[in-house]
Design a protein around this ligand. Structure first.
Ligand code: MEV
Length: 321
């Protein structure tokens, strides 16, 4: 969505969930991710002087931006350069409902909404490919060598089949999914998690390679399950994927605990989602009512926040706290 006047532009983007395949996707394996309806809204105004930013992470002039937003700065600089505008004269206001650092793709979502707003403000067309490459500038600062799955999912309005450097394929889901997302309340650190897997690959190559191959198989089977509408098979695959992520060392006690709570509440499947080592997990319910039951259990068993939703609507629900 975008709104524009001659002096102001407002654009949005959304969060993402990796259904299967995180980490393995960094090694060229396929993964499946879906849009998650937590939103970022950015308003950009033409002003005179230094670029000013107002955001949940930092408020002030772009010159004083903290290291963790350097990527956003580089992305803004390149976006302005592409449309022959000076690196100045903007006020950028970021409103985000995506918790930061929880594996929900907040950094890419902010960069997408800012980039869209800049192009919109100056009446410039922006292709999805160009948007992807600009946002990847910010993501490379944030995550080292990102696969691009966060950016691709947040640009897309549909679930996607993603493999690095290959065509992104929108996926048609035969049957709605009822998904619960629980936040451990602790920041995940995707950069560290990806580095740990890389180090482990160096020291325990066969073990890691087997795990990555198994995750690739899980992604292939999950795609078939989605195309057939077999949510029971999909659920089993989510549990299997979580076991592989444990082998890769990117889960932790709290994520494992929440996965077990979901299992005990009858979830068809559950796993961590995103980088891990904190952050969020997701679970699959049989219906929206079932998702609510799982969500309530997760909320009363230590999750700091829980959402549930159906992929056929754009609404998010919270269980009663
Ligand atoms: C992070 O959302 C997903 C990871 O696979 C990293 C990446 O793909 O860049 C952990």
């Amino acid at each position: 969505m975008s709104t524009v006047s001659t002096k102001t532009a407002i654009c949005e983007s959304h969060s993402k969930l990796i259904l299967v395949g995180e980490h393995a996707v960094v090694y060229g394996k396929p993964a499946i991710a879906i849009p998650f309806p937590l939103k970022v809204k950015v308003m950009i105004q033409k002003v005179v002087g230094l670029i000013m930013i107002e955001s949940p992470i930092y408020t002030g002039s772009i010159d004083g931006i903290p290291p963790k937003m350097e990527g956003i700065k580089a992305c803004i600089e390149e976006a302005l350069r592409c449309i022959n505008q000076p690196f100045a004269n903007l006020r950028i206001k970021v409103d985000s409902s995506i918790p930061l650092g929880r594996g929900l793709g907040s950094s890419a979502a902010i960069a997408i909404a800012i980039t869209r707003s800049i192009f919109s403000l100056f009446g410039q067309k922006l292709s999805e490919e160009h948007l992807f490459s600009l946002v990847q500038i910010a993501e490379t600062y944030a995550h080292g060598k990102p696969s691009g799955i966060d950016t691709a999912t947040e640009i897309s309005e549909h679930p996607i089949w993603f493999q690095k450097e290959k065509q992104i394929v929108p996926l048609v889901i035969r049957r709605p999914l009822y998904i619960v997302v629980a936040d451990t309340g602790r920041n995940g650190d995707t950069h560290t998690a990806v580095d740990n897997v890389r180090k482990m690959y160096g020291s325990e190559t066969v073990k890691v390679q087997n795990s990555l191959d198994e995750i690739a198989r899980i992604s292939e089977l999950a795609r078939e399950a989605l195309l057939k509408g077999d949510i029971y098979l999909l659920g089993t695959l989510l549990y299997r994927n979580h076991e592989e992520l444990k082998i890769l060392g990117v889960s932790d006690d709290e994520l494992n605990h929440l996965v077990e709570i979901a299992r005990n509440a009858g979830a068809l499947g559950a796993k961590l989602t995103g980088g891990g080592l904190g952050g969020c997990m997701l679970a699959l319910g049989e219906s929206l009512g079932h998702a609510k039951i799982i969500a309530t259990q997760l909320m009363s068993s230590g999750a700091s926040n829980v959402w549930y939703f159906s992929t056929e609507e754009n609404s998010l629900y919270n269980p009663e706290k």
